[in-house]
Design a binder for this molecule. Structure first.
Ligand code: GLC
Length: 733
């Protein structure tokens, strides 16, 4: 838990009292090692060249690795830098030595990095892991990431990303825990505990940074960085809950988001930053801007110039400037001109120093040789966890005729370039992975002893190799086609106006189907896709997401029946892109969609999800019965029998939803309020009890009042958000 001892608090206040204004503002300044020289072309041109394919990613990486960087040693020595973005432990020690031993007060640097889903052991992207509905897993992967990154000098993760997202055109759906506030809140809480909880050694925990604060996922049209606007009740009921949960769990820091919210960019938004995050939720640590975001307030049109942007941000409660150096350039003048008070500066610096103190950076500023090399060879426990997380994140979407699991005797034609691309299984924001750790789907099938032949044939970009398709179609008893997205097609700045399978992948599937053999589509993607055609024509579909370094072994385990899929969807899949934004927890409207014309529907597409939130099949079957609700003073107890009616053991995620039938503002037709994993042998039945605390049955109004209103509530329980048992209760609060 993030908390300072009295002794630590005193050390911070003593230090603060000695600092000059320039040293204080230096702590509010975060920089990345800027790039100088070494290019035949300008850096922006180089970025364009890799973006438009004039140079490959490998060529770009080679250039970047050889180019000279400016590590700003003199500024560090003068106490003008508080934080660096760096992941080289040797270089970090060098710069830390300057900060600690050569600056006047010896304040250590804090190194931050985007460790979103694992460090060296890369786990499934968040949209996938959230689908495991397993808070213990969420915590353990975060804890492992903290331990691995601390050995490389990274003490601050720009994670967890906990933006609720309902529009899969937005590429950053991949980075967060999906469309539901409750699941996102449970994910957030678990991640904070995992990142910050093990204080047995300063090498076992890091500072979390909950992002992007706030409502970034509501960007209009799913277009990244776009404007967001909503009723305050919507902000409090949908987008803030994960941040509230994270603050309750003691998150040390937060990152303000790029978007303007109801007309005020979150970078300079005193309502969200001061009133809610600091004063109401009680953030004890500090707030950092997103990259370059303070300068972008001029572009937003809320600030006249850089200095105005810096003044507004500081006064709004933004404590650290990521990447613009506007604070270090203009705040001294702003303070001298009484445009920013010394109290504002002191508050920000005290928050920053407190996090560094809590992290143990003052007492343990350097990374020892032993620590640095601790995980040179990834321990088995690390790869085992990566495999466990990958297996639990896979979702079985369709299995017509029980094609799956495959029989060991079946010869497999494995198709699709994605099936053998190590750099594509790790997903967006994987920064520290190593080729030798990565297991592709081809590797995984070979590791499992499958009789597999590989035919690249085609992928998310480019042409099809028709000869290879013919060979694949004629060769195997069964065809496994890996289709989906490159890592670059989701994540930041990767919004798409069409989320069907890209390139000629659908044509590839169509051609493969013409060989009249069983075809299994394995999806490798960073967002829900519009799979109308695939759901009609492909008999088996496995949602594999980007599962991290153990993807291949996990997919092989699922395809070959060594692991019975347990994953569920944390976000709805549409039939067609035009349905976006799409989510299960929507208001009823006065004319809920139906087959009748004058209802909330489309003329040219279904209005419901193709695959709804919480959906995922198993190789066995589960039946729900005998639901009943018992009420006590503080909670509802929902009882239900769940039977494994199939022939193999399996694990079901039992989901609890509620609907406030009539309230002073319209409420969603369903809201997730609990879940439980239940492992059942074939033929076994379990009595499952889920508890719904009455004080969790309310909602926020526009004035941030939490309202518990007497009346009828529908209670649902089932294996996804659509197929549920239902009962109605009258509740008096
Ligand atoms: C990026 C992202 C943010 C990340 C930051 C630092 O623009 O928006 O998620 O943490 O910059 O890399």
């Amino acid at each position: 838990m993030y908390r300072l001892t009295e002794e630590q608090k005193k050390r911070v206040s003593d230090l603060l009292s000695q600092m000059t204004l320039e040293e204080k503002i230096g702590q509010m300044n975060q920089i990345s090692p800027s790039i100088v020289g070494g290019f035949d072309v300008s850096f922006p041109e180089l970025i364009e060249m890799v973006g438009d394919g004039r140079i490959s990613h490998d060529e770009f990486a080679r250039i970047m690795n050889t180019v000279q960087r400016d590590y700003r040693e003199d500024d560090i020595r003068a106490g003008r830098v508080g934080s660096m973005m760096i992941q080289d432990p040797v270089k970090m020690n060098e710069l830390q030595k300057i900060a600690v031993e050569e600056s006047r007060l010896g304040i250590p640097l804090i190194s931050g990095l985007d460790v979103i889903h694992g460090f060296r052991s890369v786990y499934p992207i968040a949209i996938a892991e959230a689908g495991a509905f397993d808070t213990d897993l969420f915590e353990r992967t975060a804890h492992m990431a903290a331990k691995e990154s601390r050995t490389q000098g990274v003490a601050w993760h720009f994670a967890p990303m906990i933006d609720v997202a309902r529009d899969s055109r937005w590429g950053r759906v991949s980075e967060g825990p999906g469309e539901d506030p409750y699941l996102a809140s449970e994910f957030a809480r678990a991640k904070i505990h995992g990142l910050q909880g093990d204080m047995s050694s300063h090498e076992n925990y890091v500072a979390a940074c909950t992002k992007h604060y706030v409502a970034y996922g509501a960007c209009e049209s799913g277009r990244d960085y776009n404007t967001t606007s909503m009723a305050k009740s919507q902000l409090h009921n949908v987008y803030l809950p994960p941040f509230k949960a994270a603050m309750e769990a003691g998150a040390a820091t937060a990152m303000a988001s790029f978007n303007d919210l109801n007309g005020v960019p979150c970078t300079v938004n005193a309502y969200t930053l001061r009133k809610i995050l600091k004063e109401t939720y009680g953030l004890k640590g500090f707030v950092v801007s997103d990259a370059n975001a303070i300068r972008e307030c001029v572009t937003h049109g809320i600030a006249q110039d850089d200095m105005d942007a810096g003044i507004q941000a500081a006064k709004a409660g933004l404590d650290m400037d990521m990447g613009t150096e506007i604070y270090s350039t203009y705040l001294p003048q702003a303070v001298a001109e009484h445009k920013v008070s010394m109290e504002v500066i002191d508050e920000a610096v005290e928050r920053i120093l407190s996090v560094k103190m809590w992290l143990g950076l003052f007492d343990h500023p350097y990374i020892t040789e032993e620590t640095m090399h601790r995980y040179d060879e990834l321990p088995k426990a690390h790869t085992d966890l990566a495999l466990e997380a990958a297996r639990k994140s896979v979702v079985l979407l369709k299995n017509e005729g029980n094609i799956l699991p495959l029989k060991k005797s079946q010869k497999i034609s494995l198709v699709g370039t994605l099936a053998d691309m190590k750099e594509e299984i790790i997903g967006a924001w994987a920064m520290s992975w190593q080729q030798k750790d990565c297991v592709t789907i081809l590797d995984g099938l070979k590791n499992a002893g499958a009789d597999v032949s590989y035919y690249p044939c085609g992928g998310p970009e480019g042409d099809l190799n028709l000869d290879e398709i013919a060979a694949a179609g004629n060769d195997g008893d069964v065809i496994v086609a890996v289709v989906g997205e490159l890592v670059s097609m989701s994540g930041e700045a990767a919004s798409k106006a069409d989320i069907t399978l890209s390139g000629r992948q659908r044509e590839m599937l169509e051609r493969l189907l013409s060989y009249k053999k069983p075809v299994v589509a394995v999806l490798m993607n960073g967002r829900p896709l519009a799979l109308s055609w695939e759901s009609e024509n492909v008999p088996a579909i496995v949602e594999g997401w980007h599962l991290g370094i153990q993807m291949g072994n996990a997919i092989a385990d699922i395809l070959l029946g060594n692991y019975n899929p347990t994953g569920k969807l944390a976000a709805s899949f549409p039939y067609v892109t035009g349905q976006c934004p799409l989510y299960y927890n929507h208001p009823s409207t006065g004319r809920p969609g139906s087959g009748s014309k004058f209802t909330s529907r489309y003329l040219d597409a279904p209005f419901e999800a193709l695959y709804p939130f919480g959906y995922g099949l198993s190789y066995t079957a589960f039946e729900y019965s005998e639901m009943k609700v018992e009420e006590n003073e503080d909670a509802l107890e929902i009882h239900v029998k769940v039977a494994n009616t199939g022939s193999v053991s399996g694990t079901e995620t039992v989901q609890l939803y509620m609907q406030d039938v009539t309230a002073s503002i319209v409420r969603p037709v369903k809201e997730l309020k609990g879940f439980a994993k239940v492992a059942l042998a074939a033929g076994e039945t379990a009595d499952v009890v889920l508890t719904l605390p009455k004080n969790k049955m309310g909602f926020y109004d526009d004035d941030m009042n939490y309202c518990l209103e007497n009346g009828k509530f529908n209670i649902f329980v089932g294996g996804n958000s659509r197929e549920c048992l239902k009962t109605q209760v009258d509740v008096e609060f």
